[in-house]
Design a binder for this molecule. Structure first.
Ligand code: PLP
Length: 483
C-alpha cells in the first residue's frame, strides 16, 4: 500500500463518487440494459499491464453505470430501501482501510468489543429486554443478512432439541410461519435439514391485514403434536416483505413458550422504525422471543451489509457453531474471557462492520435518526391519501410504516385476471420510463404495486413526481382499454 498513491487516488475516487451522488437523478432509476450487455463491452481477459485510474473510471461511466439500478436515487421505491449515508460510507472506508479479519477476539480485539458495545446501544434504543444485552448470557452480533441470521438461529434451535432428544428427532421437527414470512425461512429450513413437509406455512388473509392468527398456529401445533411430531421453531414477522404486516408477537410468543419452541422475530425492514417511541408498540411482545433481527442496512443510514441479530442465549449459538482448531487457539479464548464471533455465524472471517453503525449513531444521533424515519412515514401517509382520493386506484392494505400497497382498482365488469394484467402493464410502463422504480407483490390473488419510501435523498417532490407518473401511465392504459 503506497500511502501517497492512496491519498491521490482516494481524493479522485471521492470526487467521482460525490459527482455521482450530485447527478444521480439524471440516470434511469431502473437500469434499462439487456441481459449480457457487458460481455460485448469488456475484453475477454484481464490486462497484462497496469491501466490508469482514469481509464477505469471512464469505463465505469460508460459501461458500468448504464447497468446499475440506482438504489440511492431519490426515486427508488422498489423492494425495501438499502440506505447509504456519509457516516455509513466513512465507516465502510475505515473498515476497508484497516481490513482486519475479526473472527476471534484476539484477531482484532476492538472489532469484537465495539460490535458488542454498539449492539448493546442499539438494543437500548429499541428498548429490547435486558436478556438481549451482552452483560448476561445474551448479546448481539452483526450478520451479513437477515437470511444468515435466521439460518444460524434455526441451527441453534435445532441442535438444542437434538442434544436432548437425539439426532433421529430431526425428521420430526416442525417449523411454523405465515404465508407472508420471507422466503429466507424456507432457505434456512433447506439448509438446516428440516423436512420441507414439516414446514407449516399458515394462511393469512385481509381480515387480519395478513398478520398470522394465533388460532391458526394453535390448530397446526395441536395437529402436529397429535401426529407425534415436534414443534421446534416459530418465526414471527414485524413488517412483512409484501405488505408490512405485523404478527402479534405476545400471543405467538406465549404459544411458542408453552410448546418449547424457539421464537424468532424478523423485523428486517420495520425494526428501524421501532426506535421511535410511537412505533415501539409494533415489537411489543419481543420479550417472549429467543432472537430478534433487523437490517440496519435497509432503513437506518448504514451501508450494506449490516444485519443485527440479538439472542437471549448466546450458548445456544456457540454450542451449535463452535469449532476449535489448533491454529486458532489462544489464551483469551481458552480461558473463556472473550466473545469469539466466529462461533455466532456461518463463515470464519468477518469484517469490521460495527465501525459504520457506530459512525452512523455518533455522527447523526438518535434524535436525527428518529426524524429521518418519521419523515419517510409522513411522506408515505401523504401518498396513501392521494391514492385513496383517486377513483382509478385503491389502497390494498392499510399502510403502517413507509410502504404503500395499491393498484388500479377493478371496475364492475373486470375480472381479477384483467385487473391483474392492467396493473402488471402499469408496473412495466412506470419502470421502463426510468423516472422511478417500484416493485410488486401478490396478496389474495391480487397483483399489487408496492411503493416503499426510504431512500435517504427522497423528498416530498420525488414522491409527488412519482405519483404523477403513475397516474399518467394509468390514465393512458385505462383509455386504451376503453378503445
Ligand atoms: N425478512 C424480511 C421481512 C425482508 O423484507 C427481507 C428482505 O427484504 C428479508 C428478511 C431478507 O433480507 P436479507 O436480504 O438481509 O437476507
Amino acid at each position: 500500500m503506497d500511502s501517497e498513491q492512496l491519498r491521490e487516488y482516494g481524493h479522485r475516487m471521492v470526487n467521482f463518487i460525490a459527482d455521482y451522488y450530485k447527478t444521480i437523478e439524471t440516470f434511469p432509476v431502473l437500469s434499462q440494459v439487456q441481459p449480457g450487455y457487458l460481455h460485448n463491452l469488456l475484453p475477454d481477459s484481464a490486462p497484462e499491464q497496469p491501466e490508469t485510474l482514469e481509464q477505469v473510471l471512464d469505463d465505469v461511466k460508460e459501461k458500468i453505470l448504464p447497468g446499475v439500478t440506482h438504489w440511492q436515487s431519490p426515486s427508488f421505491f422498489a423492494y425495501y430501501p438499502a440506505n447509504s449515508s456519509v457516516a455509513g460510507f466513512l465507516g465502510e472506508m475505515l473498515s476497508a482501510a484497516l481490513n482486519i479479519v475479526g473472527f476471534s477476539w484476539v484477531s482484532s480485539p476492538a472489532a469484537t468489543e465495539l460490535e458488542m458495545i454498539v449492539l448493546d446501544w442499539f438494543a437500548k434504543l429499541l428498548n429490547l429486554p435486558e436478556q438481549f444485552l451482552s452483560r448476561g448470557n445474551g448479546g448481539g452480533v452483526i450478520q451479513g443478512t437477515a437470511s444468515e441470521a435466521i439460518l444460524v438461529v434455526m441451527i441453534a434451535a435445532r441442535d438444542k432439541v437434538l442434544r436432548s432428544l437425539g439426532k433421529k428427532a430431526l425428521e420430526k421437527l416442525v417449523v411454523y410461519s405465515s404465508d407472508q414470512t420471507h422466503s429466507s425461512l424456507q432457505k434456512a429450513c433447506q439448509l438446516a435439514g428440516i423436512h420441507l413437509e414439516n414446514c407449516r406455512v399458515l394462511k393469512t388473509d385481509s381480515s387480519t391485514n395478513y398478520a398470522l392468527r394465533p388460532e391458526s398456529l394453535q390448530e397446526a401445533v395441536s395437529k402436529d403434536l397429535e401426529a407425534g411430531l415436534i414443534p421446534f421453531f416459530l418465526c414471527g414477522t414485524v413488517g412483512t416483505t409484501s405488505s408490512t404486516a405485523v404478527d402479534p408477537l405476545a400471543a405467538l410468543g406465549k404459544m411458542a413458550k408453552s410448546n418449547e419452541m424457539w421464537f424468532h422475530v424478523d423485523a428486517a425492514y420495520a425494526g428501524s422504525a421501532c426506535i421511535c417511541p410511537e412505533y415501539r408498540q409494533y415489537i411489543d411482545g419481543v420479550e417472549t422471543a429467543d432472537s430478534f433481527n433487523m437490517n440496519a442496512h435497509k432503513w437506518f443510514l448504514t451501508n450494506f451489509d449490516c444485519s443485527l441479530l440479538w439472542v437471549k442465549d448466546r450458548y445456544a449459538l456457540t454450542e451449535a457453531l463452535s469449532t476449535n482448531p489448533e491454529f486458532l487457539k489462544n489464551k483469551a479464548s481458552q480461558a473463556n474471557l472473550v466473545v469469539d464471533y466466529k462461533d455466532w455465524q456461518i463463515p470464519l472471517g468477518r469484517r469490521f462492520r460495527s465501525l459504520k453503525l457506530w459512525m452512523v449513531l455518533r455522527l447523526y444521533g438518535a434524535e436525527t435518526l428518529k426524524s429521518y424515519i418519521r419523515n419517510h412515514i409522513k411522506l408515505a401517509k401523504d401518498l396513501q391519501q392521494l391514492v385513496s382520493q383517486d377513483p382509478n386506484f385503491e389502497v390494498v392494505t392499510p399502510r403502517i410504516f413507509s410502504l404503500v400497497c395499491f393498484r388500479i382498482a377493478a371496475v364492475d365488469n373486470d375480472d381479477e385476471k384483467t385487473c391483474n394484467n392492467l396493473n402488471r402493464s402499469l408496473l412495466d410502463a412506470v419502470n421502463s420510463s426510468g423516472k422511478l422504480f417500484i416493485s410488486h407483490t401478490s396478496l389474495s390473488g391480487k397483483f399489487v404495486l408496492r411503493l416503499a419510501i426510504g431512500a435517504p435523498l427522497t423528498e416530498e417532490k420525488h414522491v409527488m413526481d412519482a405519483w404523477k407518473v403513475i397516474q399518467e401511465e394509468a390514465s393512458f392504459l385505462l383509455a386504451s382499454q376503453v378503445k
